[in-house]
Design a protein. Sequence first.
Length: 344
Amino acid sequence: MQRRKSVEKTISATVLLVLILLNGCVMEPQNKADDESDNNEQSAETHHQHTRLNLSFFKGIWTSPGLEERALEQDTEKMKTYGVNIFAIPVMYDVRDDGSVKIVLNAQWEGNEETGYINMIRKAHNAGLAVFLEMDPVYLKNNEFAAIPKRIKEMFLENFKQVCIHWAEIAEQEKVEVLSPFNEPTTVIGVEDAIKWMEEILPLIRQKFNGNVIIKFAGEGPGDFSQYGSIEGYDYVALDIYAINDTQDSFMEYLDFVIEKANNYVKDYNLKGFIFGEMGVEGTDEEFQAELFQRFFERTWNITKGYFLCVWGPKNPEDPFADVSFTGKPAENIIKQWYTKQPT
């Protein structure tokens, strides 16, 4: 089952590489609004006071890395006709070799990356969509994903704790609906450190943020981690899975295994339920993609609390990851049929 987790690692690295190498902006976090350039002021989203949406079932989507703003500017009305009720925004941080972290966004927001992310939150909210905000630290070695080295782990975790608390404050100010403090932490810092850190950060997040807080694992997650700590107090557990180089039957067999693990987390830690934090199907064979989405929904619709599907809109041509875009393909209609239904 470890093959699934290697896929997830590729995704996080891909996101950061696309943002850094294509858009070329790595800056310090917590930029001040009065430092904004004239260009950013002109393109900033008008702020309307948002009332947090109370969603009991998540019908979410991801875009290809770096294309979030495009989707929010062009596609929100279409999203809503397809039943989408929540939009995922990853806040990317580059982990440096000294354990410091630096925020990453595109060239449009150079020097004001934090403002750029807030702008996207407001675009989604102004369009009537809820927001899933994910904190996503990525450490690269030779342009490939790598776990955080032991020599900088303690420094990184302290720095990232402060980043998460800061973004929890922003998320509350913006009335974000769902927050994930650390994307797939067990793949980045190991199971023991991840569970301990996620247990430690939760009360600090709760002091600042009143929305839903999720813990998000790659694949089926780490299994029994009770010797290291507890995730009780989180609202949901999210599991990230992909069907790439799979047969339909092999994926469905794996899906049953993931569901079993998810139900165990929910039961053992008194969670509200589990969601699919990322789910994508390779789209080169469009018939295969559509059929597998149909089987996936049939198996999971009445047992999960929601989905964040990959990916809406075009694939970024510079993204080396497999093409899991469903837009303009038969799978799009399958997703629409399910997303416009109500769970029973």
